[in-house]
Design a protein around this ligand. Structure first.
Ligand code: FES
Ligand SMILES: [Fe+2]
Length: 334
């Protein structure tokens, strides 16, 4: 007989002392989704993102290579760019005091610094970041020796073997802020048990009575057969440890990053990718906004209840919540 595990204790979600530990043990050791290659279309283009409290910068060099750095000036920690995305003129100039960095990270000039016998600019290049591409998506890890990205994504690659993503471009972005711990949202994403009750429009699109979630490696693959072969959903969702969602639509897809803003707030960054020249279909955006609003409502109510002190542990469904059990096991090990 299958067991029904206890849920993780409410304190995991309500006690802010967990956050610094998770930042070091989970986020600093895993791969984080940064952006799609179409955000870096030409030499000298760059994109800045903040990943679980780590401001990072991806920049395409004069040589066409994409490199990743912490978006932190080596002088007194200014940001290297003021906005999220742009094209520079071949150097990154810190807006605070004007230190200039080559696009390979070397410090070219410490503007008007003054003579100092003990200061060697060669020792003050930008902090490099490990980055890796997969199907046009760029990931970053602040770990020194992260496990290979391809191994993490192998279960998805197997499912997507026939899918051609080579002509996809960023077509839209959406951001939502949730008043909950990141794990409250991730666990909601990891099960389809709630779909028939909370998402009537999604339920009308897929056979949620046949919803399955399969854990493979550190991914969770969701599948529910579409009711209408011409509907919005293709019926495939995937989640990748610790906070990435890959939502495949009939046309195009959406990458969802579930970023902690701290212990008690979570930002969802949705990146819609479509074949070049195509806009995201209006019905896709409407459906995603609706499902997000429904999930935001429930996870914020759940968070209030986890904070209330009345609930300590519940139980996980062996039929529907195996991916949550796996997630909680990996958190314990992190
Ligand atoms: S902090 Fe960057 S130049 Fe001073
Ligand atoms: Fe949901």
């Amino acid at each position: 007989m299958t067991q029904s595990p206890l849920t993780a204790p409410a304190s995991w979600y309500s006690d802010p002392s967990h956050w610094p530990r998770e930042r070091a043990g989970v986020f600093a050791k895993s791969w984080q989704f940064v952006t799609h290659e179409s955000a870096l279309p030409e030499p000298r283009s760059w994109r800045a993102e903040t990943l679980a409290g780590y401001p990072v910068l991806l920049v395409r060099g004069e040589d066409g290579e994409v490199r990743g750095f912490h978006n932190v000036c080596r002088h007194r920690a200014g940001p290297l760019v003021r906005t999220e995305q742009g094209v520079c003129d071949g150097v990154l100039v810190c807006p605070y005091h004007g230190w200039r960095y080559a696009l390979d990270g070397r410090l070219r000039a410490a503007r008007d610094f003054g003579a100092a016998a003990d200061f060697d600019p060669r020792e003050y290049g930008l902090f490099p970041l490990n980055i890796a591409p997969w199907r046009g998506l760029w990931f970053a890890s602040v770990a020194e020796n992260p496990a290979p990205l391809a191994a993490l994504l192998a279960p998805l690659e197997l499912r997507l073997a026939d899918a051609d993503w080579s002509n996809l471009r960023i077509a839209a972005r959406r951001t939502h802020t949730l008043a909950c711990n990141w794990k409250t949202y991730v666990e909601n994403y990891l099960e389809g048990y709630h779909v028939p009750l909370l998402h009537p429009t999604l339920d009308a699109e897929v056979h949620s009575d046949q919803y399955t979630v399969t854990v493979e490696g550190r991914t969770a693959l969701h599948y529910a057969p579409p009711r209408d072969p011409m509907g919005v959903y293709d019926g495939l969702w995937a989640w990748v440890w610790p906070n990435i969602g890959v939502n495949v639509y009939r046309r195009g897809l959406m990458i969802e990053r579930m970023s902690p803003l701290g212990a008690d707030r979570t930002q969802l960054d949705y990146l819609y990718l479509m074949p070049e020249g195509d806009a995201v279909p209006g019905e896709t955006l409407v459906m995603a906004d609706q499902v997000t609003a429904e999930d935001k409502w429930i996870v914020e109510r759940v968070q209030e209840n986890l904070n209330s002190g009345i609930y300590e542990h519940g139980r996980l469904s062996p039929k529907h919540e195996g991916a949550i059990a796996a997630f909680q096991t990996w958190l314990r090990e992190a």
